[in-house]
Write a protein that binds this ligand. Structure first.
Ligand code: NAD
Length: 446
């Protein structure tokens, strides 16, 4: 589901218009994800399972525990250490589960499962997701959708053929702060004509992941699973076989935001990268890419970098236009609007918090303050504000569970995630070939 400018055309940017927009809810104006809609508690809990309760799996698991009407009945993991860890957490929350080592056995045994969360390494996402969909389960699968485009395609096709829901874990698409940013950009046009975008994910030097010495999986079992060592099993992100590298791991979230906010798919990407620091790893540890997007008859260039040796500046996305710029991030401390000095002043700027940054005033982008600046927040604005306090992954899971219950739209269906995967994998290819990669419109469809 992508949202076109037509859906939000004809916006009234006056204060009155802004308040009306607030009353309607930014989400309603933009065909919001389901966090903005009322849902009734189901008569019965949804029965769910997770394949791969590792680091991110446990993050999702604890977020599910905050969501009413959802109950774990099974978990599956090939590592007994992680099986025990997750099962113990769930037991504490009165959700005893059956534990499996093989997802096929789980699907054969667990007849009344409604949905499965897949949080395994990227290279087995397609295997696990396709099996679950074919068994009649709805699936929430983590990003990157899969480790290559053929696997991603299989997931899209199987979701279509089975008619089951498939949500991919680009959780920014269920984040009210991003929806608010989208409204300001598309409807209120606070940036004017967007000319450039920039995003980065800079993170500090990483240390290899280890494992307790008494929790080693024996070599024969590892080999059957496709890994040659515990290092491969734990540090799969750095190997070509298991992952699309940092562009897929981190870049996919942010290139997804480029595609979403610009409401466009790239026409080309130039990129440079290398293994310049972690020389014993297979994937590039740093990539710098320039995407070109066709937007309203012009070209918008989006520069993206992912670095694994410095946390300088952290992670955020920036959209720059002839009237202003906006910084938005999953990190709630980052959300600013800069107005060009000669650009139209907005009424609501009076109430918004103004901060000084690099010698220039910026308006802080805060859900609530900018939605209902006079302090008399509408119920809808209150609801958005409350929603924006929730952990980001919880919002995306809620969107998924609400889609199962109420048939409301998913924030990140497989077709959308496929477009992101096409955009991201091409940057890896451009690095390898040392040539720009051009896209054809049909590259983005399955
Ligand atoms: N959306 C986000 O913000 C976000 C953040 C972090 C990670 N992720 C994604 O979550 C996924 C997991 O990442 P992680 O960091 O938790 O990795 P991890 O290695 O900590 O966890 C993976 C889990 O899968 C298990 N596993 C491996 N192969 C399996 C198989 N064949 N069958 C069953 N279980 C298997 C492992 O034992 C482990 O418990 C990845 O796709 C990653 O990209 C998403």
């Amino acid at each position: 589901m992508s949202h076109t400018n037509d859906q939000i055309a004809g916006a009234d940017c006056s204060r009155r218009g802004f308040m009306q927009a607030a009353a309607a809810g930014a989400g309603a104006l933009l065909t919001a994800p389901v966090w903005a809609q009322d849902t009734k508690p189901p008569a019965d809990d949804l029965h769910i399972a997770m394949i791969g309760p590792g680091s991110q799996g446990r993050n999702l698991l604890t977020k599910c525990l905050k969501i009413p009407g959802v109950r774990f009945v099974a978990i599956c993991d090939v590592w007994p250490y992680h099986q025990r860890y997750a099962a113990n957490i769930l037991k504490k929350y009165d959700q005893p589960v059956t534990v499996y080592s093989d997802h096929r056995e789980m699907l054969a045994q667990e007849k009344d499962l409604d949905a499965v969360i897949v949080a395994t390494p990227d290279w087995v996402h397609a295997e696990h997701t396709v099996a679950c969909l074919k068994a009649g389960k709805h699936v929430y699968c983590e990003k990157e959708m899969a480790h290559n485009l053929d696997a991603c395609k299989q997931m899209v096709v199987t979701a279509r053929e089975t008619g089951k829901l498939l949500q991919i874990g680009h959780q920014r698409r269920s984040n009210p702060r991003y929806w608010h940013a989208l409204k300001m950009i598309r409807k209120d046009k606070v940036l004017g004509q967007i000319t450039h975008a920039y995003a980065q994910w800079n993170r500090a030097k990483r240390y290899d992941l280890g494992w307790p010495k008494d929790e080693v999986i024996e070599t024969g079992t590892l080999e059957k699973l496709g890994y040659s060592s515990m290092d491969q099993f734990r540090n799969w992100r750095w190997y070509h076989k298991f992952s699309g590298g940092p562009m897929a791991d981190l870049g996919s979230h942010q290139i997804d935001v480029f595609n979403w906010i610009l409401d466009a798919k790239p026409k080309s990407v130039l990129a440079s990268g290398g293994r310049d620091y972690y020389k014993d790893r297979e994937w590039y540890d740093n990539v710098m890419a320039i995407y070109e997007y066709p937007v309203d008859g012009s070209t918008v260039r989006g520069f993206y970098q992912v670095l694994n040796t410095t946390s300088h500046g952290g992670y955020y996305e920036t959209f720059m236009g002839d009237q202003g710029s906006m910084v938005i991030s999953e990190d709630p401390r980052k959300g600013f609007v800069f107005r060009e000095l000669d650009a139209k002043r907005r009424d609501w700027e009076d109430e918004a918090k103004t901060i000084e940054t690099m010698g220039r005033d910026a308006i802080e982008l805060k859900i609530g303050e900018t939605l209902a600046p006079d302090g008399s927040r509408t119920p809808e604005a209150e609801k958005m504000l409350a929603e924006s306090q929730k952990p980001v992954h919880q919002l995306h899971l809620e969107n998924f569970f609400n889609a199962i219950r109420n048939g409301t739209p998913l924030s990140c269906p497989p077709e959308v995630a496929y477009e992101t995967a096409v955009s991201v994998f091409a940057a890896n290819e451009a690095v390898a070939q040392r040539l720009p990669a051009d896209f054809k419109p049909e590259d983005f469809t399955v």
